[in-house]
Each structure stands twice: as C-alpha cells, then as structure tokens.
Write a protein that binds this ligand. Structure first.
Ligand code: PMP
Length: 382
C-alpha cells in the first residue's frame, strides 16, 4: 500500500505511541487533583505546554489544549465573536477555509453578524486589496488559514496582520493545521492559532489553540474550568504528551522533510506535465507548500481517479476528506475561479515524513498507466 493522503491524516510515529502508552500507565492521575498523582500529571502537562510553546515560539501560558482543530477553531471564532459583539458585528473569512471555520462563521451569520468573504485570486491566495476594501470600523473578526488543505496555497498571514494594525478591534484567527512546521510565521502577529496533532504524526482527537488574550475571548462551553476555563473537561494528558513529542520530532526533521517533499513535487509535476489533458492546481512555487499537490483530469470524476489508483494500492483523495462526501463542487477550488470540470476531476496527493522516493515513482508510473485508460474517455468527450 502506498499512502499519499497525509493532508487528511498521518501515521503516528512509533515513539509517539510509546509515549501515549507510557503516560497512560505512569501518569494516569487527574492533573486537576491535588493528590500526588494529580501533581505529577500537572507537572507533565505544564512541561508539554512549555515544549510546544518553545517550538512554536509562543508564550506557553497562552496555549490551551483541545480535542483537535475543529474544536480550536470553534472556540477561537465563537469565543472572540461573543466577546466582541457589542463593539461591532462585521466578520470576514474566505471560501478557502476548512468547514470547521466556514460553518462556524455561517452560524454567526445566522445570529445576526454580517459576514463577508474575501475574494481569492486565481493563484489561490486571498486578495489583499479586496480585504482592505472590506475592513470597516465595525469589523471584529477575521479568520484566514495559513495553508489551504485542498491545494496547498500559502496565505499571506503576516501581510494581513500588517493591514490589521489599523484595525485594532479585529481578532485575527489563523487555522494553522496544514501550515505548522511547513511554513513559518510570526505568531505574535496573530490573535489565535489552531493546530491538530494527527496532521503531524500525533494521535487523533488532540489539538491546541493559542490565544494571545484570554481576557478578550469568551469560553463557549461550561464545566470544571480546566485550561483557564476556555476548554473545560479533564485534559487528555497522554495525547498531549504524545502531541508535544510528535511536534518536536517533526520540528527536528522539518528541513529534511521539506527538502524531500520539494524533490517529490518537482518530480511528479515534471513527469505529469507531459500528459496532454492534465491540469495542475498546485504549481511548484514559493506560495505553495510542497507537501500537497492538486491535479485534475477533465471529464473524469475525481472519485474515478481515486478508485482507479486504489485498485493499484495507491491511496490519494478527492479534494479533502472532510468535504469529499458532499456532492457540491469544492468551495476552495471554486473560489479560485477554476472550471467546474477541473474541480470535479481533481484529486489531492499529499506527503508526510514517511513518504519515500520509491513510492512517489510508483505513483507516477501507475498514474501514467491509468491515464492511458482515461485518455480514451477524455477524447471521446463523454
Ligand atoms: N483545518 C484544516 C485546514 C484541516 O485540514 C482540518 C482537518 N481536515 C481541520 C481544520 C480539522 O482538524 P481536526 O481533524 O483536528 O478537527
């Protein structure tokens, strides 16, 4: 099996799983308890927070553990909107965002906020001029992802932050799920930032939210008051320790990984650009990460390509795992102005630390083989 769907999720590192089991065995106390086991657990919790803070270059006491990026995005967006609602009702996001951001913004629209979508340029980046034209004195919230999960375009986060200097009321949230350790940004320039461990060889169901100012973000759920009352519920210490370990391991390997992914992307795009009908939605460019490649075949459904490759034990995906079961065209690709035919025929190939050159070569070989079968359909115009 060749697994090339790492933007959907990655295989946990062996050391990460070992840490998860060891913490379950040796630190099972509740970090909120004042007994000895509780204190031991609390100490380990704080050590993990510090480790993550050091890697991401953010103050560790502004890190809040959650069940993953969906929850982190919900807390940041709903919590900031609730806090700011008396200061303004205008909110902005883009159609590039993951559903955990988009649908959360739409829920705010249903509650009376005025929602605007910033335009996306054909290259997959948001239009900064349009953003400037949308901002008003009433704007209180903006959310833009660091790297798009469908085609890998890097968003101009620091330039957005510079624009927002003139709009201090705006809470600027960044979904960093696909960008963390792949593209570096100065997190002191954003108000909140989400990550999810299963995208970097940690376990599923654990994530983090960085919030610059806890006082200006309301809690959206209620309970025992853990994580400074921003995210109540007994903290998942084994998964948190495992996430800190996964982040450290990926951080240490990030230069090698980036170099490897660049080589892989270059190879795939060079080889596949020889195929007459293939469209490349993720060019080799500094404004795209190398770990995600979106390509398309006209008149062929993405699902058909995914299934054809699956028959040869190669796993890729259509657009993104979270929206691939929906029938409508992918919103992120659509926002770039790509044709419906391109969008419907698109697939995503994504790498991880574990991806090898031999796997990439095999993928190209199989894709070229399958392309010959699809070519007949494309040329027959069906
Ligand atoms: N944002 C982006 C950009 C993602 O790719 C994902 C995962 N598909 C999420 C948020 C949601 O993360 P989680 O699975 O941790 O809820």
């Amino acid at each position: 099996m060749i697994y090339l769907d790492n933007a959907a999720t990655t295989k946990p590192f062996e050391e990460v799983l070992e840490a998860y089991i060891a913490v379950n065995n040796n630190y099972f106390g509740n970090s909120s308890s004042i007994n000895l086991y509780g204190k031991k657990a609390a100490k380990l919790l704080e050590a993990s927070r510090k480790q993550i803070g050091d890697i991401l270059n953010i103050p560790y006491d502004k890190i809040y553990f959650t069940s993953g990026a969906t929850e982190s995005n919900n807390i940041a967006i709903l919590g900031a909107a609730e806090h700011k609602k008396d200061f303004g009702r205008h909110i902005i996001t883009s159609r590039l965002e993951h559903p955990s951001v988009l649908e959360t913004f739409r829920s705010l629209e249903n509650k009376g906020f005025i929602l605007d979508y910033v335009d996306v340029l054909p290259n997959g980046q948001i239009d900064l001029k349009h953003l400037k034209s949308l901002l008003t004195k009433d704007t209180v919230l903006l959310s833009i992802m660091q790297v798009n999960n469908v085609f890998g375009a890097i968003q101009p986060i620091e330039q957005i932050a510079d624009i927002l200097v003139d709009y201090p009321k705006v809470h600027f949230h960044v979904d960093g799920v696909q960008g963390v350790l792949k593209n570096s940004i100065d997190l002191s320039k954003v108000d909140s930032y989400s990550i999810s461990a299963h995208k970097f060889h940690g376990s599923k169901g654990i994530g983090m939210l960085y919030v610059k100012s806890r006082r200006s973000t309301n809690n959206i759920s209620y309970g025992g008051g853990q994580e400074d009352n921003l995210r109540s519920g007994t903290v998942n210490l084994p998964a948190i320790v495992a996430m800190a370990k996964a982040l450290r391991l990926c951080f240490e390997k990030s230069d090698i990984t980036k170099e490897k992914h660049h080589k892989f992307k270059k190879y795939i795009l060079e080889k596949l650009s020889n195929l007459d009908y293939l469209e490349i939605n993720s060019p080799l460019s500094n404004s795209y990460v190398d770990s995600i490649i979106n390509i398309s075949l006209p008149k062929i459904k993405g699902e058909a390509i995914v299934n054809a490759l699956g028959e040869k034990d190669i796993m890729v995906s259509t657009t993104s795992a979270c929206s691939s079961k929906k029938f409508s065209v992918n919103e992120a690709l659509n926002s770039r102005g790509l044709s419906e035919e391109n969008i419907k025929g698109s697939i995503r190939i994504s790498f991880s630390y574990f991806t090898t050159e031999a796997e990439v070569k095999k993928f190209v070989e199989i894709f070229e083989e399958k392309y010959e079968q699809f070519r007949e359909v494309i040329e027959s115009g069906i």
